[in-house]
Design a protein around this ligand. Structure first.
Ligand code: SF4
Ligand code: SF4
Length: 398
């Protein structure tokens, strides 16, 4: 595809039809450059059947996507994966993004982020780096990723600072590392992170397959929240800490992606366009591909991006609920995985008739001596192929 779509700047008013509200342009583009990754995290958000989607857009195709999305109005751009550093053209894409006026963020495990590449990315105009750790201890960091990467990540964090990048440290939380939250914060402070994202696990992808191992107890979540609050009160502006209570422990769902097709546009490695990076496995939706549709057509006109936009798709109890404009019925993927119908209320909501599924999962996590019969599954090609061969539909929807 060429850059012919790049000149068609859309305005929201152009897309108002009849009594329907105007569709605002996308603001946030997530470019998932590859599903390849040297790590094997048990909570990885990539689809379980990622090995079935091995084709990757080439450099020219990605540049075309960036131009089209920027022309529509996208301003924030995340490069993620898999591990985006496995793409040798990352610096070229960052340079193009900078020239287009995007604010760019590299979301990385740090593996492959040598001083040479840091210098090249700086020269290309990269704004921001988000570096992930699995824990504050080498043992757990390396166990959860099934690699020996803890010391490397620490050295990489120091190099990021030396190159003058603002740094977000990210750590995905679950029952294994929630008791270490204080030490994780201490580590972030020692490394000079400007922001610390304590991201409680979202149960999709590999995290959903490993839910029985990862789901914490109420007590763990409450204690971690109290620790975070104590730090916030003492460290001031030294580091901004983000901590969001995991969905399963709430009575109302989050406003997932700030609404389906509202601000977020994700492009998977093979060019499939997604309103949420977990949506790929939802059945009955033919997600469009940038190889055959323009970004403009995808965003404004595709059936997939319009299916759950706004409020009209809602069923009861959301349809008549006086809170529907606040949370937009929650997460479509969670509704599908837990109830079998993506148009149902997110069962995290205690008004949902299926809320019991969430209560039961949390009860199971808290049960002393519970049986976790299935061994923990590391995200790797062999497990992906095995799970996909055993049940293609199940692997696709996780
Ligand atoms: S979560 Fe872990 S395995 Fe998955 S893409 Fe990120 S670093 Fe790689
Ligand atoms: S019923 Fe639906 S709209 Fe109402 S609070 Fe629950 S999820 Fe939100």
């Amino acid at each position: 595809m060429t850059g012919t779509h790049a000149t068609s700047t859309a305005t929201a008013s152009e897309h108002a039809t009849g009594s329907k509200p105007a569709i605002a342009p996308p603001l946030w583009l997530l470019a998932e450059l590859t599903y390849r990754c040297p790590l094997h995290c048990v909570f990885c958000y990539n689809p379980v059947d990622y090995t079935a989607h091995h084709h990757e857009l080439d450099t020219g195709e990605w540049i075309d996507v960036l131009r089209q999305a920027r022309a529509l109005g996208a301003a924030q751009l995340g490069f993620s994966g898999g591990e985006p550093l496995l793409r040798e053209d990352l610096e070229v894409l960052v340079g193009e993004a900078r020239a287009l006026g995007f604010y760019t963020n590299l979301i990385t495990s740090g593996v492959g982020l040598s001083n040479t590449r840091l210098g090249d990315l700086k020269a290309a105009g990269l704004d921001h780096i988000q570096l992930s750790f699995q824990d504050s201890t080498q043992a757990l960091n390396d166990f959860l990723s099934s690699t020996r990467t803890f010391d490397l990540k620490k050295r990489t964090a120091a190099s990021i600072k030396q190159h003058g990048f603002p740094m977000v440290m990210n750590c995905v939380l679950h029952r294994y590392n929630l008791p270490h939250v204080a030490k994780i914060i201490d580590m972030a402070l020692a490394m000079g992170a400007e922001y610390l994202e304590l991201a409680n696990t979202q149960y999709y992808g590999w995290a959903h397959a490993n839910r029985a191992h990862l789901l914490p107890t109420h007590e763990q979540v409450a204690e971690a929240e109290a620790v975070v609050e104590r730090y916030r009160n003492t460290i001031g502006d030294a580091c901004k800490i983000f901590f969001v209570v995991p969905d399963y422990f709430e009575r109302r769902p989050k406003r997932c992606m700030n609404g389906w097709g509202a601000v977020f546009l994700g492009i998977a490695p093979d060019g499939v366009a997604l309103p949420c990076h977990a949506a790929r496995g939802l059945p009955g939706l033919a997600f469009p591909n940038v190889k055959s549709s323009s970004v403009r057509e995808i965003w404004y006109d595709s059936e997939a991006f319009n299916r759950y936009r706004g409020l009209e798709w809602m069923k009861e109890p959301c349809r008549s609920c006086d809170e529907k404009t606040r949370d937009l019925g929650g997460c479509r993927c969670q509704a599908y995985w837990l109830t079998g119908d993506a148009a149902n209320a997110d069962p995290v909501c205690d008004k949902s008739p299926r809320h019991g599924e969430v209560v039961e999962a949390v009860r199971f996590a808290a049960t002393a001596g519970e049986s976790r019969e299935q061994p923990i599954l590391f995200r790797n090609d062999a497990n992906s192929r095995t799970l996909t061969a055993a049940s293609p539909a199940k692997a696709a929807r996780q």
